[in-house]
Design a protein around this ligand. Structure first.
Ligand code: HEC
Length: 424
């Protein structure tokens, strides 16, 4: 109780100063003791205070990472991702849905309510302007520009997302973050076979602007009040907004595609995208496509052999030269071109030279020679980079330098990582 009161007081201060970066500024010693993201504390759920009088769900970062993954079914092994991509990715989605769907939309995907299997969240996604909001733990993602989601979409809209790892992936998160004050990047060099990461992406776009969102599950979340502002500042006001399910991303570590990348990435769009069938609820989604390589051999043109696009879905854009990307994503990249850059120190996710970004980087190999691979996991890379930057700010030798580092951080935040912005 005492802690709650104190954190609300700290929250009020945080809102006026730097809501999302509240942990980076000084607090009273009593609050600091009860804080999170410290060397001996739990990881933060969110550093954004809840709205006054909030009675709805509160995000709790699932962080009891297991030492060993229990044996589990892997239903996607019944399908070859290269020849049966549709059945493959749908079976992974069904695995992700199992135990996570409930009649109450707001309590769906709460890991502590899932009695079938455990899902976990990656730590240190809570920093800065784009960090987790407090109700569902959503981070701010790339803004959708006009006409990217649907023809006739005249405004740009903010997007928000939350990701989950299954137990095999969570074992690695636990190994990397065993010592909360000294993470070990090398532990994330290779995620185990059967790792699944899945991410729910929600949009502030209205049904009027994007008609296929009709019937989409909605969550109320505490995000930037202006849904059309592409670069909110830490001081921008927040409000409880309704966001709609737009996209579901999936990544699977599968050795059957080891000769390309070792990873299968797939994405779903709510309502089947423009012109899709009407319906409602979590299951009313259709695969946009699946990819297991960047097709480096087709950069001069020619058919893609490592991306499958669902012929029944017609998005305004996918990725580079028709490689897979989701509705929210940057059309000049692909799922795997971005994720291949997961490394420490952080790599550059999007660049001008297609030969470099659309090569097939084998799982466990760093994008830039000499760095530590983080095996296609960008949440682990973002978390580590944010941890390191927070330490740099905290240990700045003078107040002037400290203010300078903080300002640098805020400037970098104007473009979220999912837009190809720096990972700090
Ligand atoms: C512009 C680069 C970029 C593109 C393109 C991209 N992602 Fe990501 N993705 C990120 C970043 C950065 C994160 C970590 C931060 C976050 O969650 O937003 C991430 C996180 C994820 C996660 C959570 C687990 C993890 O690996 O960190 C999944 C799953 C995922 N993306 C799948 C996809 C899929 C599927 C596609 C293509 C449809 C895709 N991504 C396209 C940058 C990208």
């Amino acid at each position: 109780m005492r802690f709650m009161k104190l954190s609300l007081v700290a929250g009020a201060v945080g809102v006026t100063l730097l809501s999302a970066a509240a942990l980076l500024i000084d607090r009273t010693p009593a609050v600091a003791q009860a804080a999170c993201d410290g060397p001996t504390t739990p990881f933060c759920n969110s550093t954004v205070p809840l709205p006054a009088g909030w009675k709805g769900p509160v995000f709790q970062l699932r962080q009891d990472y297991p030492a060993v993954a229990p044996s589990d079914q892997q239903p996607w092994l019944a399908f070859d991702p290269r020849t049966q991509p549709d059945a493959y990715i749908k079976s992974v989605l069904a695995y992700f849905y199992e135990g996570n769907l409930r009649p109450d939309v707001e309590t769906s995907f709460d890991p502590k309510l899932n009695t079938v299997r455990n899902w976990y969240n990656a730590p240190w996604q809570d920093q800065g302007t784009n960090g987790r909001e407090p109700v569902h733990g959503l981070t701010r993602e790339r803004t959708s520009r006009a006409n990217e989601l649907a023809a006739g979409q005249s405004q740009q809209w903010n997007n928000y997302a939350v990701g989950f790892y299954n137990a095999p992936g969570a074992v690695v998160i636990g190994q990397m973050w065993k010592d909360h004050g000294h993470p070990n990047p090398a532990a994330a060099g290779s995620l185990p076979e059967g790792t699944v990461a899945a991410k729910l992406l929600f949009t502030t776009a209205t049904v009027q602007q994007v008609p296929y969102l009709a019937g989409a599950p909605t969550w109320k979340v505490y995000v930037y009040a202006n849904p059309n502002d592409p670069s909110p500042k830490p001081t921008s006001p927040r409000a409880v907004l309704e966001v709609r399910l737009l996209q579901i991303d999936i990544a699977v570590k599968d050795s059957r595609v080891a000769s390309t990348t070792g990873w299968v990435f797939g994405t779903f769009v709510y309502g089947g995208g423009p012109g899709g069938p009407s319906g409602s609820g979590w299951t009313n989604v259709a695969p946009v496509g699946v990819m297991w390589g960047n097709d480096p051999g087709s950069l001069a043109g020619g058919p893609l052999k490592e991306t499958w696009l669902n012929p029944a879905v017609h998005m305004p854009h996918v990725g580079f030269q028709g490689r897979l990307n989701g509705p929210v994503d940057n059309p000049s990249s692909s799922c795997l071109s971005c994720h291949a850059t997961a490394e420490s120190p952080a790599g550059q996710m999007i660049g001008a030279d297609p030969k470099r970004w659309f090569q097939n980087v084998p799982s466990g190999t760093p994008f830039d020679p000499g760095r530590q691979s983080m095996d296609y996991s960008l949440q682990l890379a973002v978390g580590l980079a944010d941890f390191q930057q927070a330490q740099k700010i905290k240990s700045a030798p003078t107040p002037t330098l400290r203010a300078k580092f903080l300002q640098e951080r805020i400037m970098q935040d104007s473009r979220p990582p999912r837009d190809g912005g720096p990972l700090h």
